[in-house]
Structures are given as structure tokens and as C-alpha cells.
Design a binder for this molecule. Structure first.
Ligand code: PLP
Length: 381
């Protein structure tokens, strides 16, 4: 009997490969790309997602997201693009939340039309904003919560019901929450995607993506995925398994630190506004409370105009101004100069992204050191 009920235990044990030969305590890595075909149940090949370490990570993700199955991809975008191509064909239509991750936004804008697939972006994140975009040929509702960089919260249960009502597939990008803070399947969503480059990996050193759903949906994604060939390598699968062993402890510490940092920033005179779903005054705090077990390690804040964001970031001694997010180390970036530079000032303003906005990925260092660093950099001189 295996006792594997709670997330903390699943993080460590679900999917692990039993080392029958040497009885080592961890999954061995199987590097083979060539496997025997006589007298075997499965024809194994890395592009079929079925080498031992790929299967192991699939089982761990499925356990953590409460799904029947999961597939590992080489990046978050590979997981997203393969999943959408698996369920969309020429003449179909997809509704996407307007402020989804930049890569997914560009994928829709730059790729879908080439394949004769129609798409609409929502005007906002209310349920009616999604419903308004549904057409006769709509097949999928695609959303993300919390969103980047303003940490908007979409009501997962309401979107799942809306999709069911119109017989659409609901797909959510659960990257910012991680499976420790949010399990969208429990609210009726069909498919959950993660950029495992973020919290699942957690150490800013692997690029990976995963998708979790029913056996039937995963089979369909597999059929498309094996043709596109965006698989996770077995070595990355091993590293990801290793990373996820500490996912639960990491995410809980991220949650705790971010809450303390958000409260600190909220009361600081050099900070105009803080966006964190854990704060009572966050516009969607009630929904966040209903669907999240923790509020995550991501927050954003706006500096007062008199404080130059570039000078502020350069003054930081511990917190690293750098791209990407969700590592154990604290990192910060200015969307207007990085992720949202290319969309231009006009579109940024439309999306509520001011030049003084900073997106902060709160790490798991001592929160006292993080606050000390912020405090010294926030001093106007
Ligand atoms: C980073 C990210 C992605 C894309 O993942 P890659 O691993 O970079 O391909 C997708 N969604 C969200 C929310 C992300 O933060």
C-alpha cells in the first residue's frame, strides 16, 4: 500500500522510480533513446513521452494536480502550443483572456491565423467578458490566474461552468499559483498547464512545461505532441522530479514572505500601490480566498513618481533585477522596460501597466533581509 495522500508527500514520492537493481533512495536516470521491442508492453522512445523519467514526472504532476494523467514538455510554451493545436482545427475559434502571458499572447496573434484558427481576446476578466466573446465555432476558453504582472484573479469555478454550459474546453495556465496553492481541476477546469520553468523547477536553471488532464485529453495532446516533438528530455525530467520534492516547502515560504513584503510595501510612503491577491484591498481578494490555498510569491508595486525605477533597482543589493521569476532567489523587473516594452506606451497604459510598476518575485531568503534591502533602496536621496 502506498500512503501518498497529501501534497507534501506527493511532491516527494509520487511517480518515483523504484531502483530494483541497487535499491537507491531516488529515481535512477534512464538516458537511453533506444529500447527493445521484443517481448515488451510499450514501445519506448523519448518523443513518445514514455521513457522512464518522462513517465515518472508525468505521474508526479498528475498526482499534484489531481488528474488522471500528465505530459512533460520542453517548455511552458511547448505545453501551451501543443495543447491548443491538439484541440483546434481550421475554422475553430478560441477565447483567450486579454492579459495572458506574453508568449501565449504572441502565439495566438502570430500563429493561429496561419492555420485558419480564429481567436478573440476578452476585454476584461469578468465572466461576462469571457461569455461576450463566445461564438458558434468557439471550442476553447483559455485563461490564467493569477495573471502577470498585475496579479488579477479570475474566478476558476465560474469559468469552468461557463465552458461546460457552452460545451467548450476550459484550459488554465496555473503557473503563478503552482499546484500547492491552486488545483483548478477541483473547480471543474478541463486542462491545467504549467511553465515548469517557474515554481515547479524553482531554481532558475531548467526550462520545462507540463500539461495535466483526463486520460482521454492527454491521449489527444500526446497524438499532436509526438508530431511536433517538443518533449521534455529525460535528464530535465529527472531534475524536475528533484526540484518538485521541495515544492511544497518552497511555495509555503514564498507565500509567507510575499505576504509580509506586500504589507511592508503597502505602508511605505515611496510606494503608491501594491498588487497582491493576499491583501484585503485587492479587488479580487474574495475570489482568491475561495480558490487558493496560498496567495503565492508574486506581487507588483508602483513607486511614487519622484523615485526613478531604474535607480531604485540599481540600489538593490540582494534582490536581483532579472528576467523570469519564481526561483528561490528574489528577483525584480520593470515590465515597461522588459516583458511589456515592445507593446508600446499606449497599450501599456490600456493594460494598467505604468512605467513605475515593478514585478517582484519574492524569494525564500530571510524576509528580514529582503525588507532591509527594499528599505535601503526606497530611501530617496
Ligand atoms: C514563463 C511562463 C510561460 C512560458 O513558459 P516557458 O517555460 O518560458 O516556455 C507561460 N505562462 C506563464 C504564466 C509563464 O510565467
Amino acid at each position: 500500500m502506498s500512503i501518498n495522500k497529501h501534497q507534501e508527500t506527493k511532491c516527494i514520492h509520487s511517480g518515483e522510480i523504484d531502483d530494483k537493481q541497487f535499491k537507491g533512495a531516488v529515481s535512477p536516470i534512464f538516458m537511453a533513446t533506444s529500447y527493445a521491442y521484443f517481448d515488451v508492453d510499450t514501445l519506448r522512445y523519448p518523443r513518445y513521452f514514455n521513457t522512464p523519467n518522462q513517465e515518472a514526472i508525468g505521474k508526479k504532476i498528475a498526482a499534484l494536480e489531481n488528474t488522471e494523467a500528465a505530459l512533460p514538455f520542453a517548455s511552458g510554451m511547448a505545453a501551451i502550443s501543443n495543447t491548443l493545436f491538439a484541440f483546434l482545427k481550421k475554422g475553430d475559434h478560441i477565447v483567450l483572456q486579454k492579459d495572458i502571458y506574453g508568449g501565449a499572447f504572441h502565439f495566438a496573434e502570430e500563429e493561429l491565423e496561419k492555420y485558419g484558427i480564429e481567436y478573440s481576446f476578452t476585454k476584461g476578466i469578468k465572466i461576462t467578458d469571457f461569455e461576450n466573446e463566445i461564438k458558434e465555432n468557439t471550442k476553447i476558453i483559455y485563461f490564467e490566474t493569477p495573471s502577470n504582472p498585475l496579479l488579477k484573479i479570475v474566478d476558476v469555478k465560474a469559468i469552468a461552468s461557463l465552458a461546460k454550459k457552452h460545451q467548450l474546453l476550459s484550459i488554465v495556465d496555473n503557473t503563478f499559483a503552482s499546484p500547492i496553492n491552486q488545483n483548478p481541476i477541483d473547480f471543474g477546469v478541463d486542462i491545467v498547464i504549467h511553465s515548469a520553468t517557474k515554481y515547479l523547477g524553482g531554481h532558475s536553471d531548467i526550462l520545462a512545461g507540463v500539461v495535466a488532464s483526463s486520460k482521454e485529453n492527454i491521449q489527444q495532446i500526446f497524438e499532436t505532441g509526438k508530431n511536433f516533438g517538443g518533449n521534455m528530455s529525460h535528464f530535465i525530467a529527472y531534475l524536475l522530479e528533484r526540484s518538485i520534492k521541495t515544492l511544497s516547502v518552497r511555495v509555503k515560504k514564498h507565500n509567507k514572505n510575499a505576504m509580509i513584503v506586500a504589507s511592508f510595501l503597502e505602508h511605505h510612503p515611496m510606494v503608491k500601490k501594491v498588487y497582491y491577491p493576499g491583501l484585503n484591498n485587492h479587488p479580487n481578494h474574495k475570489i482568491a480566498k475561495k480558490q487558493m490555498k496560498g496567495y503565492g510569491g508574486m506581487l507588483s508595486f508602483e513607486l511614487v513618481e519622484t523615485l526613478n525605477p531604474k535607480i531604485f533597482q540599481k540600489k538593490l543589493k540582494l534582490i536581483k533585477p532579472s528576467l523570469s521569476l519564481a526561483g528561490v532567489e528574489s528577483t525584480i523587473l520593470q515590465p515597461a522596460e522588459t516583458s511589456h516594452k515592445l507593446i508600446g506606451a499606449h497599450k501599456r497604459k490600456e493594460q494598467g501597466i505604468s512605467d513605475g510598476l515593478l514585478r517582484f518575485s519574492v524569494g525564500i531568503e530571510s524576509v528580514k533581509d529582503i525588507i532591509m534591502d527594499l528599505e535601503q533602496a526606497l530611501k530617496s536621496e
